[in-house]
Design a protein around this ligand. Structure first.
Ligand SMILES: Cc1ncc(C[n+]2csc(CCOP(=O)(O)OP(=O)(O)O)c2C)c(N)n1
Ligand SMILES: [Mg+2]
Length: 365
């Protein structure tokens, strides 16, 4: 059974004027995290940390470009949803996790979240191409990758289902008292699903350690969020459940990381769930089979030219004294890692027929 939720704080009395400002406002909890975040909106990264963010985001970008090529060559079967444009979200958030304790769950646009853990790109590319050496033995593919070693619980194709499963992961953290939190990502389209709000209710009621993250990339398949959502300021959607919201620029890794620090601390302090809205953009179609005719080229170009998360960090590194040559050398090194992952995948065998019968049913409870 879940533990009892923490008792609600009594309203402040007139004898405590400093706290009274906050506690006299019954909605303080709903905007307190945004206020804290607004006070220091960008993470103060060291040069090494900035360089690491740059490398990690560039690895996702180059990996996804290569995955797109392999898909074009017929080496990746089924669906393939690329994460290009959204790199700062996974890197900014997951760089703030406690890798030994925290869990992550997401939808089918999951390659970037795997790479953000530092998992070997070879086993991820082998998974995309359905090879035995893949992280899920080639049986999950692009949409259903797992790494229980890293507490990464997929990779889910049913829109919104990962939110309810994330609630379960958070309940497990609380029940086992392991000090971990669950980071549950979902899209702007998924945000209109009923099960999301059922999970919000239970998570708030039971004070679960969960951070809900709406990756608002502005589209759900071919539908712009403003055409499908009555409230596109997704961070407000926890209000009815008294879940504090945070509105974050998901194209700026330093902003994402600063927001992560505030949100994770709140949850780790036992104060219950947080809802983060990460405003971002996907440069490519919904999946590889989408020509994205529902938006203009100019719209995409404007995002690439003026909001690109990798270019933003590159500019900061150059201002901090790195040369174009230094950064080109990093790009070359990353392209090599990605090319090697593709070679590895192409040269790995497909799973044997016997694998059809493994990992299908849990045999013992
Ligand atoms: C329950 C369910 N309904 C519909 C679909 C079909 N579908 C797949 S992706 C998608 C759009 C989801 O968009 P969003 O949540 O914004 O995520 P994004 O693709 O932008 O990352 C839909 C409707 C599905 N997979 N599952
Ligand atoms: Mg979307």
């Amino acid at each position: 059974m879940a533990k009892k939720p923490a008792a609600k704080k009594a309203p402040a009395t007139k004898t405590a004027p400093a706290a009274a400002v906050a506690h006299d406002d019954p909605d303080f909890v709903l905007h307190s995290l945004q206020e804290e975040f607004n006070a220091a909106k960008r993470f103060d990264a060291s040069e090494d940390q900035l360089l690491e963010f740059y490398r990690q985001m560039l690895l996702i970008r180059r990996f996804e470009e290569k995955a797109g090529q392999l898909y074009g060559l017929g080496l990746i079967g089924g669906f393939c949803h690329l994460y290009i444009g959204q790199e700062a979200v996974a890197i900014g958030l997951q760089s703030a996790l406690d890798g030994d304790k925290d869990s992550v769950i997401t939808g089918y646009r999951d390659h970037g979240h795997m790479l953000a853990y530092g998992i070997d790109p070879k086993v991820i590319m082998a998974e995309l191409t359905g090879r035995e050496a893949g992280i899920s033995k080639g049986k999950g593919g692009s949409m259903h990758m797992f790494s229980t070693e890293h507490k990464f619980y997929g990779g889910h194709g049913i829109v919104g289902a990962q939110v309810a499963l994330g609630g379960g992961l958070a309940l497990a953290h609380q029940y086992n008292d392991d000090g971990g939190l669950c980071l549950a990502y979902f899209g702007d389209g998924a945000a209109n699903q009923g099960q999301v709000y059922e999970t919000f209710n239970m998570a708030a009621l039971w004070n679960l350690p969960i951070v809900f993250v709406v990756e608002d990339n502005q589209y759900a398949m071919g539908t712009a969020s403003k055409r499908s959502s009555a409230e596109t300021r997704f961070h407000r959607r926890g209000t009815a459940f008294r879940i504090p919201g945070m509105d974050v620029n998901g194209m700026d890794v330093l902003e994402v990381r600063a927001a992560a620090e505030v949100a994770f601390k709140h949850v780790r302090d036992g104060k219950g769930p947080v809802l983060m809205e990460l405003n971002t953009y996907r440069y490519r179609g919904h999946s590889m089979s989408d020509p994205a005719k529902y938006r203009t080229r100019d719209e995409v170009q404007d995002q690439r030219d003026n909001h690109d998360p990798i270019e933003r960090v590159k500019k900061a590194l150059i201002e901090g004294g790195k040369s174009e040559e230094d950064l080109k050398a990093i790009d070359k090194e990353i392209r090599k890692i990605v090319a090697e992952s593709a070679d590895f995948a192409e040269n790995s065998p497909e799973p044997g027929v016997g694998e059809l019968y493994t990992d299908v049913l849990v045999e013992e409870y």
